[in-house]
Design a protein around this ligand. Structure first.
Ligand code: 3HC
Length: 307
């Protein structure tokens, strides 16, 4: 098999499986993208986990607990799917902790009020669903299958978030203000989830050629805008975007200019919570070392007995 035959398989809509021949670059791009996706799921647990002990009711606590637990599970599916490409979990975690691998920049912002939990579910998980639904048609089998299961759970997360914001938006003036302030914090970070504009997206050409990405960053961002603007209007919430307007010709809701300098600053480590996020991941990894050692010792003993 060579690159031309491989690309013919992609063209024919075939699913690439772990044992199949693949260009080394295809494998490397998938390890980069899938591991960063997994890192994002697990780091994404931190801003929301911050409210589990302070949820306003038992019902809200149960809903948030289940969502955060789901995100941990999404991270595990995605780490396991990435390992099918011949890379170890330790290598992936090491890359996150030493900063050589990224996670979604938007998780470097704080969650100062309960309303942030609603805004994250509605806007961040809502953006993630748009992106992840596309990935359910990805050419790499293990990634595609992980996405199918993750999207089902993500849809519940988005609905839960929108219901929290709706409840607050229809509550007292204080609650309505709390909801609006949280949406002001999370609208722009949600738009960056889809990555830079297509002209600045250095990986998109390859990822599209190989059927990993089926839509461009800007196409997905536009799909998201057309979905959330009517939802905001339905509950009287305004987006903090003076450039937001309806394009009569295309029928699209157009957002204003995104502050990519802010995005690059956060990506470079100067976001409000970058340090906390990595420190939390590092100490969780260190605290869990004994569990990994015990599991490895048990497995070695089991193999010894079975030999
Ligand atoms: N945060 C951090 N880095 C980002 C980013 C973001 N939101 N968007 C892009 N980047 C980085 C890319 O990783 C790339 O850097 P690298 O080459 O060093 O890795 C660089 O910016 C240029 O961007 P590209 O558009 O060229 O990169 P991609 O083609 O990989 O597109 C992507 C970026 C759209 C995020 C794509 O990687 C993707 O679809 N990834 C899978 C989905 C994913 O990771 N989603 C993150 C959120 S998960 C989540 O939200 C959990 C949910 O439960 C809430």
């Amino acid at each position: 098999m060579d690159d031309t035959q491989f690309e013919a398989r992609i063209e024919a809509g075939e699913s690439i499986e772990p044992k199949d021949w693949m260009p080394e670059r295809y494998r490397k791009q998938l390890i980069r993208m899938m591991s960063q996706h997994a890192h994002s799921e697990v780091v994404g647990m931190l801003p929301e986990g911050n409210w589990i002990t302070r949820a306003p009711s038992l019902r809200r606590k149960i809903g948030l607990l289940s969502k955060v637990q789901d995100e941990g599970g999404h991270g595990l599916y995605l780490y396991a799917a990435t390992e099918t490409l011949g890379v170890s979990r330790d290598e992936l975690i090491e890359a996150l902790l030493d900063g050589s691998a990224k996670y979604s920049a938007m998780f470097n912002y704080p969650t100062p009020s309960w309303a942030d939990i609603g805004a994250i579910g509605w806007l961040i998980d809502g953006a993630a669903i748009v992106n992840q639904t596309m990935l359910t048609d990805c050419s790499y089998g293990p990634y595609k299958r992980a996405m199918i299961r993750i999207c089902k759970e993500e849809n519940a997360h988005q609905r839960q978030g929108y219901e929290i914001v709706t409840t607050l938006a229809r509550g007292t003036e204080t609650q309505r203000r709390m909801a609006q302030e949280a949406v002001d914090r999370w609208y722009w970070p949600a738009l960056t989830l889809f990555g830079p504009h297509d002209a600045d997206s250095k990986n998109s050409d390859e990822l599209t050629r190989w059927g990993i990405k089926r839509k461009s960053n800007d196409e997905l961002r536009q799909w998201f805008m057309n979905r959330v603007v009517p939802q905001a209007k339905a509950i009287g919430i305004e987006f903090p975007d003076p450039g937001l307007h309806y394009d009569e010709t295309s029928g699209d809701w157009r957002h204003g200019p995104i502050d990519w300098d802010e995005f690059r600053r956060v990506l470079a480590g100067s976001g409000p919570c970058n340090r906390d996020r990595i420190e939390a991941r590092r100490s969780a990894h260190e605290d869990g070392a004994w569990v990994r050692e015990a599991a490895a010792a048990y497995e070695a003993k089991r193999r010894e007995r079975a030999a």
